[in-house]
Design a protein around this ligand. Structure first.
Ligand code: EPU
Length: 417
């Protein structure tokens, strides 16, 4: 098992560039199943989740070529409607692939997934959504069996806002017969990126980026080319790293409009930053003060930046309250921050209070999930002494070779077996 050895407390310097967004790339790549024409996606991060998706796509017959960060996919002939259970279980986004196979082949078998470290990840909204399009859903030993002779456009109201369920229903509707209306849809920039590309390829989608999306089904899509948008979550993590280590680093290649609420929180905290359209420069010497934060669906404060922000609050003057509203298991990593010297009290699984500032010390840590994992890397780089981070597979799921990129700005971080 690989782990990171981090010697903290060193100031960082230089420029770090943000890669393409995992949560956009996964969906853009999977959407190749909607056509038999070549589908070219660039700026794809080389991360574990993408590699698993590519394996699943190859497994069902998609031709895949890679040139650096550009993938050319062609779903000319599909050879199976059964998703490899072992890989599909590792990847939450595989349910999207299931929906797409259904559109393409009229049926699909995919495994049931259990809970995961950030809490239960139910699929009830997907199942209700599929049914609204006329899909027959059977639960079998292997998982779910979905089938449909013809998909019919539907009116579907999401009971709660769900990112992947919104994307799954959009992908269902694009080639369905007639009109689809989706209400209470998620508004994430990754959804807008997906729909812009689909529209370029012949789809008729209106309203993406708002809670009301309308789709007129078309007969076919043509292939095309698309560049994945910058990863706003990676960008936010690197900015917090600069603040935590009090380092003049510049984060480039981001889209600052995707982080409006994040910036507004950093302003309230007292962070000294220069934000431009595609970059953010951290100016050392910020006097950080505690604020209360509630995660929220986009455009609110992203749940995926909650862990780095909580780490930042360990260095802010005063008492802060962090309320994680989206997932029910996304605060347990705070126990490890306490082992490092932070003062975090868990009020309930959704809320922690942090008394700051606290000096942090290097410890042996375990990465529970992608985002808490990177938050621990940030804490370790700001801490005094050496930390060992285990289970870094989780970090590799979302961040491309993070140790190489952080080393270039002066971080003392090594990957060892
Ligand atoms: N939910 C249900 N039923 C469903 C689907 C979702 O109750 O059928 C609930 C979830 O349990 C959660 C809430 O709805 O409480 C919102 O979850 P959502 O469906 O929006 O999450 P997701 O689509 O599974 C995506 C990202 C996550 C990110 C969330 C929230 C991808 C592949 N994943 O997950 O990203 O945290 O949206 O923004 O896009 C990550 O990148 O580390 C990550 C976990």
């Amino acid at each position: 098992m690989e782990r990171f050895i981090i010697k903290g407390g060193k100031p960082l310097k230089g420029t770090i560039k943000v890669k393409g967004a995992k949560n956009a790339a996964l969906k853009l790549l999977a959407a190749c199943l909607l056509t038999d024409q070549p589908w070219i996606i660039s700026n794809v991060p080389q991360i574990e989740d993408i590699l698993h998706l590519i394996e699943l796509l190859k497994g069902i017959g998609v031709e895949v070529k890679r040139n650096k960060d550009t993938y050319t996919l062609r779903a000319k002939k599909i050879k199976t409607t059964v998703l490899d259970a072992n890989i599909a279980r590792k990847l939450k986004a595989s349910i999207l692939l299931a929906g797409l196979l259904l559109v393409r082949q009229g049926e699909v078998v995919f495994p049931q997934s259990g809970g995961c470290v950030i809490g239960q990840r139910p699929r009830d909204i997907f199942i209700d959504g599929f049914k609204a399009f006329g899909v027959k859903v059977r639960q079998t030993k292997q998982g779910y069996h979905l089938s449909a002779k013809k998909l019919k456009g539907a009116k579907f109201v999401f009971p709660i806002v769900s990112v992947t369920a919104t994307e799954a229903m959009i992908l269902m509707a694009v080639l369905a017969q007639g009109k689809t209306v989706l209400k209470n849809a998620a508004c994430e920039p990754e959804i807008v990126c997906l729909t812009q590309f689909l529209n370029q390829s012949g789809a008729k989608i209106k309203g993406a980026g708002t809670p009301l999306i309308e789709i007129e089904g078309v007969k076919r899509l043509i292939g095309g080319q698309c560049r994945v948008i910058p990863d706003r979550l990676e960008a936010g993590s690197f900015v917090i790293l600069g603040l935590m280590t009090n380092s003049p680093i510049k984060v480039t290649g981001l889209d600052s409009e995707h982080l409006d609420v994040f910036w507004s929180f950093l302003k309230r905290v007292g962070a000294n930053l220069k934000i431009a359209k595609n970059s953010a420069l951290i100016k050392p010497g910020s006097k950080l003060k505690a604020v209360n934060l509630k995660t929220h669906e986009y455009p609110g404060f992203p749940t995926d930046l909650q862990a780095p922000f909580t780490v930042l609050m360990t260095q802010a003057q005063g008492l802060s309250l962090i309320h994680e509203t989206i997932f029910d298991g996304r605060l347990f990593y705070t126990d490890m921050l306490n082992q490092m010297g932070a003062q975090v009290i868990m009020c309930d699984p959704h809320r922690v209070m942090i008394q700051g500032p606290s000096k942090l010390y290097g410890r042996r840590l375990i990465s529970p999930d992608i985002r808490a994992g990177v938050a621990l890397v940030i804490a370790a780089l700001a801490a005094q002494g050496e930390s060992v981070i285990e289970n870094i597979y989780q970090i590799d799921r979302g961040y491309e070779r993070i140790e190489n990129r952080l080393s270039k700005i002066g971080a003392d971080i090594r990957r060892i077996n």
